[in-house]
Each structure stands twice: as C-alpha cells, then as structure tokens.
Design a protein around this ligand. Sequence first.
Ligand SMILES: O=C(O)C(=O)Cc1ccccc1
Length: 292
Amino acid sequence: MALKASPIWVCPRTPCSDLWSRNSGSAFNLRFDLEKSRKWECCCLAVLAQRAITSVEDEKPNVSGVEPSWGIERTQGNESGGFHKDLNLLPKPLSANDLSSCSKDGSKVRVAYQGLPGAYSEAAALKAYPKCETVPCDQFEEAFKAVELWLVDKAVLPIENSVGGSIHRNYDLLLRHRLNIVGEVQLQVNHCLLGLPGVRKEEIKNVLSHPQALAQCDIMLSKLGVVRINTDDTAGAAQMVASTGLRDTGAVASARAAEIYGLDVLAEKIQDDDDNITRFLVLAREHIIPRN
Ligand SMILES: O=C(O)C(=O)Cc1ccccc1
C-alpha cells in the first residue's frame, strides 16, 4: 500500500509543487526564474566568448604562421624542431570541488529532490552543495521537470544502494529525460526507528517508510513483528506518524527527520548492514565542460 504524505510543511523550504502552482507568489517565482535563466544564458555566453578570445590569444603561430598550434609550444633550442605539450593547457580532471554552491550568476544553487525535508535525498543535496536551497518535490518526475523548466538548477536522484543494488525505476527516469549527470554523492544511510514522544519500541505495531528503507531494516522489523507500510519517502513517513498521532505506528527515517517532525528516536542504526551506502546522481541541464 502506498500512502501519500499530507501537505503539512513544517520546514520553510519551497516545495517544488509550489513553484508552478497558480498563485501570485509562484508567478513571481516563475518570472524570477525566467529572468535568472536569461541572466544565466548571458553569463554562459560571456564565459564562452571569453574562452574563445583566450584561445585565440593563446594561439602562437606555427612555423608557417598560418596554422594554429593551440596547446602546443615550440621547444626552445630544440634543433630538431620537435614540439612538446604544455601540460598546463590540458583539461584537468573533474573533482568534487567542481560542485560549487553558487550558480553561474552568483546566486544560491537550487536543488530539487523527491521527498520532504529530512529525506536522505535532501541530505545528499546538501552534501553536494552545502549552501544550496533544497526544493522538495512530491515525485522524482517533478524534480526532473523542475530542472528542465529552469525552476531549479539541479536535481539529486538515488540510483543504487550497497545492500539493495540498483534502483531500476530511476534508471528509467534518466532515459526518459534529457538531463546530464554532473556529479555523484555517496551517503552513509543510518536508519532510525521513530515514534511519538514517550512511546517504547515494543508498542509499535505498524512501521511506515520508503520500500528501500524497510528492506534495508528487514532483520530489526522482523524481530519486532510489525506490519510494514510503504510511503513515497522516509521523511514523509515520519511526518505521517507525527500528524496522525498514532502511538502504535512508527517510521523508519533519519535522526534529522525525528528532529524536524518532533518524534523520538526509539532505535538507532537499525539497518541490517552497518555499511549502508546510497549513491545519488546530481543532474543538470548543462554538460560539464572540463576546465583548461
Ligand atoms: O526516502 C528517502 O529519504 C530517500 O531519499 C530515498 C531513500 C530511501 C532509502 C535509502 C536511501 C534513499
């Protein structure tokens, strides 16, 4: 059974669905984003133009002075007239430092993710861009669309887990959309059993969570003999426990979700495998162009 999180926003971050709703604030958002996208395009063009100028200026005429010799310098005093490559002009490999928290126009990067505040995907977004504005979306599909429509700069998508393996549905999404993979984040996932304040874990009869999270905590949940109920994301499960006020219902989610939704952590690190790592992809409209 898939439950849907009720739309109670505890955290003041902008939910993705709000970005294209018809209220006046969102219309402003959209105008603002279009304006930003224009600025961004101008900025990109300026960068490309600058690169073109730099490349031309860097060009040293070869012997005939006709053909360009970009990236290649004549060796001084080399009688045979051989050439060597200037290694500084070769593209440098990309590194995690290439994930800047600022977009090209200097504004904060906005990163869409599926779920509510406190979801692991949000943690992944913040790991990739520590100062970013995270934008929660109901579904992955919406996170993709938010990038395609220039409402946000990036999206994060869980793609595989060290225990559960590939998340096939998300590979399908990558094929259906034309976004580029511009980075990856690996997140150590420590699941907690959450419940209403004052509840003991023995009182829990039902546990809500994302199917991956429930599967990763199979041993603990079997020991407790609870009924498992699927939700869209782990933070949504925590929010549901908090909003329904059911004392016999718990959630598998992060310690941060417990904090956000005012729940108690009844048990920590309840995943079967201690080394539970999820790999997330960072997606964007633009390609990464290795810098020179
Ligand atoms: O539901 C979440 O919090 C997610 O981000 C998806 C997920 C679920 C379980 C492990 C890692 C990511």
